[in-house]
Design a protein around this ligand. Structure first.
Ligand SMILES: [Zn+2]
Length: 419
């Protein structure tokens, strides 16, 4: 396929940006090798990105993030060091370009600002490390109430002008990313008003991503495959991700791309009915999986079993962490495993990634999931079926989405991937 040189240049910028997001700071030689570019071309791409301010020269690779193994050599950087007699100069994503990030949850909403450099750091999703740049409030029940809380958070964090506001939403997002089509647990967010008014409040474009799709994009962007057998492996490029939090949702990635259906309802696995379950769901149906294995669902089972109607999620989480999977919890995990196996059977994915609260509470939870999924997912009989437990990397996913949609120049022609 013929490609205009300017398109190739833009494709190289995107590729370099993604590489720095996944690896953290890197030398020009590493970027050239990993992107399959000549040193001269890679150097030009880096100079252009430095000029545009997207990246900066940095002293060290930074901490908290293991470099992704470079298959081309034993230890990255050592050859340059040896040849030049000094450490190679590194470039990393900008620490001065910052975005406000708004995570709308069904219970809590959090607001923070994040720099491109921070998005590439592994632990940034853990807000306790970043108290000074983080505000959380109970999600109000109206657009007006939400906007007034958000305005106060913006002022408290001293958020000034920025090119984009990154927003994750729990509801189903329309294909133009500007309309919340249906949010079962936050029906007041339905429609276009919320995103328009957030844009007005920050005087910046909103890059909105459905919250579970943001996790899948984060996993893709990180290059980590989660903890499969206790080791960080390379990211699979086709997987089903299921997240357990206030709700239960899924995302499907095939060939490195999020799967989108003809309707924007792809991934709503939490609303699959479970036979015999009589609990009423926020979506209006009875018996949805979400009512069993979301935090609220697990807590309801805990309260019933131990006759503690006032128990909190912390009480319940502590109990599971201490006792593992007991008979009161096992049927809910079995139900989830069976539903997830159905998703794997349908899309033929051999990698299942679990994120969020329930799978992280005790190692037995992942084992119980895996047992049930293996029992019913046919792919496991013909190929390796892997269950990964992965950390949530929503910040990274949102930044990766914003880079592609807003920040970097958009390729106007289809661009072939370098091998
Ligand atoms: Zn439902």
């Amino acid at each position: 396929m013929y490609q205009h040189p300017s398109q190739l240049r833009i494709a190289n910028v995107h590729r370099t940006f993604r590489m720095l997001l996944a690896r953290g700071a890197s030398s020009r030689a590493e970027l050239a090798r990993l992107n399959g570019l000549s040193p001269v071309t890679a150097g030009k791409v880096v100079e252009g990105m430095l000029e545009a301010g997207w990246i900066e020269e940095v002293e060290s690779r930074g901490e908290g993030r293991p470099a992704i193994q470079d298959p081309g050599r034993m230890s990255s950087g050592s050859e340059e060091s040896a040849a030049m007699g000094r450490p190679p100069r590194l470039v990393g994503l900008s620490s001065t370009i910052r975005f406000p990030v708004v995570e709308i949850g069904t219970q809590q909403t959090s607001v923070r600002t994040i720099s491109l450099a921070e998005a590439a750091a592994a632990d940034f999703d853990v807000p306790t490390h970043h108290g000074a740049t983080f505000v959380r409030f109970p999600t109000p029940r109206s657009v007006a109430g939400f906007l007034s809380h958000l305005g106060r958070a913006r002022d408290a964090l001293g958020i000034g002008s920025s090119r984009a506001v990154l927003v994750s939403v729990p509801g189903v997002l329309g294909s133009d990313g500007r309309e919340i089509v249906f949010s079962p647990n936050l029906r007041w967010t339905n429609g276009r008003e919320l995103i328009e008014r957030i844009e007005g409040l920050f005087a910046a474009r909103v890059c909105a991503v459905q919250e579970i799709q943001a996790l899948a994009l984060g996993l893709l962007a990180s290059g980590d495959g989660g903890q499969a057998g206790g080791t960080l492996g390379p990211s699979p490029d086709s997987f089903v991700l299921v997240d357990f939090g206030d709700g239960v949702g899924g995302a499907v990635v095939t060939g490195g791309q999020l799967l989108h259906g003809p309707q924007p309802l792809c991934g709503e696995i939490g609303h699959t009915g479970v036979y015999g379950n009589r609990r009423r769901c926020g979506c209006g149906a009875v018996g949805c999986l979400e009512t069993l294995v979301s935090c609220r669902g697990v807590l309801q089972s805990f309260r019933t079993r131990w006759r503690k109607p006032k128990a909190t999620w912390s009480d319940c989480a502590r109990h599971i962490a201490a006792h593992g999977v007991e008979p009161w919890l096992a049927p809910s995990i079995d139900a989830a495993g069976t539903v997830i196996a159905g998703a794997l059977n349908l899309v033929g994915a051999a990698d299942l990634v679990l994120t969020g609260d329930l799978p992280s509470l005790h190692p037995e939870v992942l084992v119980a999931f895996e047992r049930r999924v293996r029992e019913h997912a046919l792919v496991g009989r013909f190929a390796r079926l892997t269950c990964h437990l992965a950390p949530r990397r929503r910040m990274l996913g949102l930044v990766a989405a914003a880079a592609g949609r807003i920040l970097l120049p958009e390729p106007s022609l289809p661009v072939a991937e370098a091998s």
